[in-house]
Design a protein around this ligand. Structure first.
Ligand code: AMP
Length: 422
């Protein structure tokens, strides 16, 4: 596909050339036509996918080709941090250079001149406002910002905005906008809170999802081949042997999460569980305690793997193998955020060997096997299928991961327990 296939205004195409973009990225291929058709959109896409240009290019096209030439804010872009707001505004200046589109970046914490420059621009009127929620509210409260002509609202990194507690500010800002508008929401993850916000502010949205397929660089991954009944002893040993401050343990079901938490509490560890049986306020308290390091170990169901954004998690333990291979990527993605290194350990019992192969197939690597610590007994040999105490499972009884590549592993390729990564 070529950029010219989108039939954007020639001035926008000139901007694309000036930016040095040759072909659209996958997110741009999917998102640009939807925006041009005028539909609302919810898109799962990370930084680095070209998502900013995916919304800016059609936005510039729409603004400069609109017949309504009134001098008023036509588009509002809200993003969580000043850095992101600046980046978006810079890209807008580059791509919009030949379009004569005007914009202002509105964020706090800068030099004192910033406030007056922002205020003057908003009073005079600009085509596009790119803002952090808090600073925009401060201007809005003073009464000179007119958002009544906004036709496009874009929320970028919506999950981060919710994590940072901006939801009320966002709803407040939206109350100043016309109901008739096109709303676009971008988020790296899609936790339940984001879906709730989307349901509240989007109208019949189309969805685009660019799935993650690899854990972040910097995550060290390891596997313990282990019988189900050895898992308890293994987690106790791993947690008591280490100087760990924050450990996130995932298990697939609520009941398992509760059992694991109770067992570790009994062993004297600082542990809590988080799952959908807890009230929202209780969940928030547990997360707060974990964030503040009052709590060292948090046991969670997958519901949370996509949503938790907590810095500095030392270790992620997959107590069981996620059924959906992409959940593995989301689970281990909770460690080693922002270029730190982190460790992700997965317990794999013989009945989970196939699901684990699908994960290795999805991420395209073989993960290092670790020998069980002393005193826990013999580890199973995952390759032979030995120890399937519940009887072998047919491969057809499980939902394949979205990677769908399990067919490459027909015949259970031998693994090297305790060996190095291949
Ligand atoms: P983003 O995901 O929006 O943070 O973009 C990541 C980087 O990719 C930015 O430096 C963009 O300038 C760049 N970029 C966006 N679209 C393209 C494209 N079609 N071709 C090459 N680079 C691009």
């Amino acid at each position: 596909m070529k950029f010219t296939d989108f039939n954007l205004d020639p001035r926008v195409n000139e901007g694309i050339d000036a930016m040095g973009y040759e072909t659209p990225t996958p997110v741009q291929e999917q998102v640009i036509p939807i925006i041009l058709e005028g539909d609302d959109l919810i898109a799962t896409a990370q930084t680095g996918t070209g998502k900013t240009a995916a919304f800016l290019l059609p936005l510039i096209h729409n603004v400069i080709t609109s017949i309504d030439q009134e001098f008023a804010v036509e588009a509002l872009i809200i993003a969580p941090t000043r850095e992101l707001v600046q980046q978006i505004d810079q890209q807008l200046n580059g791509m919009g250079y030949f379009s004569g589109i005007s914009s202002i970046a509105v964020f706090g914490g800068g030099e004192s001149a910033g406030w007056d420059v922002q205020k003057r621009a908003m009073i005079r009127g600009v085509d596009v406002l790119v803002a952090t929620p808090g600073r925009l509210i401060s201007h809005l409260n003073l009464g000179y910002v007119d958002l009544s002509k906004v036709r496009y609202l874009i929320l970028d990194e919506a999950d981060r905005m919710l994590d940072m507690g901006f939801v009320d500010d966002i709803m407040n800002i939206i109350s100043h906008l016309p109901k008739e508008r096109q709303t676009l929401m971008f988020s790296a993850t899609m936790p339940p809170d984001i879906r709730k916000l989307a349901a509240a502010i989007l109208h019949n949205p189309r969805t685009v999802s660019l799935a993650l397929t690899r854990p972040a660089e910097g995550v060290l991954q390891a596997v313990y081949p282990v019988h189900d009944e050895q898992k308890q002893g293994l987690i106790r040993q791993l947690l008591s042997n280490r100087e760990l401050n924050t450990v996130l343990v995932f298990s697939a079901t609520k009941s398992n999460v509760k059992v694991i938490a109770a067992q570790l509490q009994k062993a004297g560890l600082s542990v809590s569980a988080i799952h959908s049986d807890l009230e929202q306020a209780q969940r928030e308290q547990v997360l707060l305690d974990f964030r503040n390091r009052k709590l060292k170990v948090l046991i969670a169901t997958d519901v949370l793997s996509r949503g938790i954004d907590i810095d500095g998690i030392d270790l992620v333990i997959n107590y069981d193998v996620p059924q959906d291979a992409e959940d593995y990527v989301h689970r281990v993605g909770r460690t080693a955020r922002a270029e730190n290194t982190g460790l992700a350990i997965t317990f794999v019992s013989p009945r989970e060997a196939r699901a684990f192969q699908r994960i290795e197939s999805l991420i395209g690597t073989s993960i290092r096997r670790m020998p069980l610590p002393e005193g826990l007994g013999e580890a199973p040999n995952l390759a032979s299928g030995e120890g399937r105490r519940g009887g072998p499972r047919s491969s057809g009884s499980r939902k394949p991961g979205k990677g769908g590549k399990s067919r490459h592993h027909r015949g259970n390729k031998p693994q090297r327990p305790g060996g190095s990564s291949v």
